[in-house]
Design a protein around this ligand. Structure first.
Ligand SMILES: [Zn+2]
Ligand SMILES: [Zn+2]
Length: 336
């Protein structure tokens, strides 16, 4: 009997036009101690997958299966793993493990753990029929939602939520969002539900229309100044050149959080225009499990509209190419 599965691997990291992803037939993984085996129902496509495929994030092991926004069902337990039970619906996200002992883990900042490992980078991810996950790092998900709309919550949602927390948006404040892809469209909705005035800056006309539909106060071009000063801003576009205009758009005391794992170089800043008056520039590094659970609870309470573009499993390479060319509205999701 063939116990193999279909998967995609990063075969030769490089520009997306050189086809870095390759279709592969792999053995179904065996869950290790404390791990679950999960049958994949849907896997969303994240910009980080693109950075891994293109080599912006250097591979940590050869021919790794990307994908870290996985919705699936538990189909087996590794030694010592007992819950969630067989058949339970779980989410597998970017943060795969932490040491649990270092100063960062002990103070509740496990996202900074130097020993942390990541799904689809240190271990095979969800561009496959099956994936394994340490049970303590799987999120329980509701049964009554489509897998396609749950998948983007697992990175676009939970890391976007950490970016929103890091942006220190005051109650009823003015939030600027630079770039309007999967993560941004979810965080705009969270901020609006919480009473914020949201201004979106993005080069895509289609994304500007979606932003206004979702309740943004304004939607302009990527380089346009927002119509009012901002208390907080999040840079979702991986474009360092946008840091100075985003800082310049902040009001006194405002904070800019850079959400991405990869950013092109930031140009020289002018202290007076970009930082003085106690403006703050911050990065965002992954998320803690507490962030993830808090966001998923919020999403269950106020389900966001999740814009998705579905792709058949066999079209993962096309999904990444479309993401690279900004041709995806909302989140691309692979459906096996
Ligand atoms: Zn991601
Ligand atoms: Zn640690």
């Amino acid at each position: 009997m063939d116990a193999g599965m279909d998967a995609w691997v990063v075969a030769r990291p490089g520009p997306i036009a050189t086809r870095p992803l390759e279709r592969a037939r792999l053995p179904v993984p065996t869950p290790g101690p404390g791990e679950l085996l999960v049958r994949v129902e849907a896997c969303a496509v994240c910009r980080t997958d693109l950075h891994l495929a293109e080599g912006d994030l250097p591979p940590r092991r050869p021919r790794t299966v990307p994908g870290h926004e996985v919705v699936g069902r538990v189909t087996a337990h590794g030694p010592g793993a007992e819950s969630p039970p067989l058949g339970a619906r779980v989410g597998v996200a970017w943060l795969r493990s932490t040491c649990g002992r270092c100063r960062y883990c002990l103070r509740g900042a496990e996202n900074l753990c130097p020993e942390s490992t990541y799904t689809g980078w240190d271990a095979d991810g969800g561009y496959a029929e099956y994936v394994t996950v340490p049970a303590g790092f799987a999120y329980l998900l509701p049964d009554d939602h489509a897998a396609e709309t749950l998948a983007p919550l697992l990175c676009a949602g939970i890391i976007g939520y950490r970016a929103l927390l890091r942006a220190d948006l005051p109650p009823g404040g003015r939030l600027g969002i630079y770039g309007f892809g999967a993560s941004a469209h979810l965080m705009a909705q969270v901020a609006i539900v919480q009473g914020a005035a949201v201004h979106v800056m993005t080069r895509s006309q289609q994304a500007r229309e979606l932003a206004l539909e979702l309740g943004a106060r304004s939607a302009g071009g990527a380089w346009d100044p927002p119509p009012e000063p901002l208390d907080a801003a999040i840079l979702f576009a991986p474009v360092g050149d946008l840091v100075p205009p985003a800082l310049a758009a902040l009001d006194r005391g405002g904070t800019l959080a850079v959400a991405g794992i990869h950013l092109t170089d930031i140009p020289v800043l002018n202290y007076e225009r970009h930082l003085f008056q106690e403006r703050t520039l911050r990065s965002v590094t992954a998320n803690t499990r507490a962030d993830g659970r808090a966001f998923l609870e919020l999403a269950a309470l106020h389900p966001p509209r999740v814009a998705t573009t579905p792709y058949p499993f066999g079209a993962a390479d096309r999904a990444l190419a479309d993401l690279a060319a900004d041709r995806v509205e909302g989140a691309a999701v692979l459906l096996p």
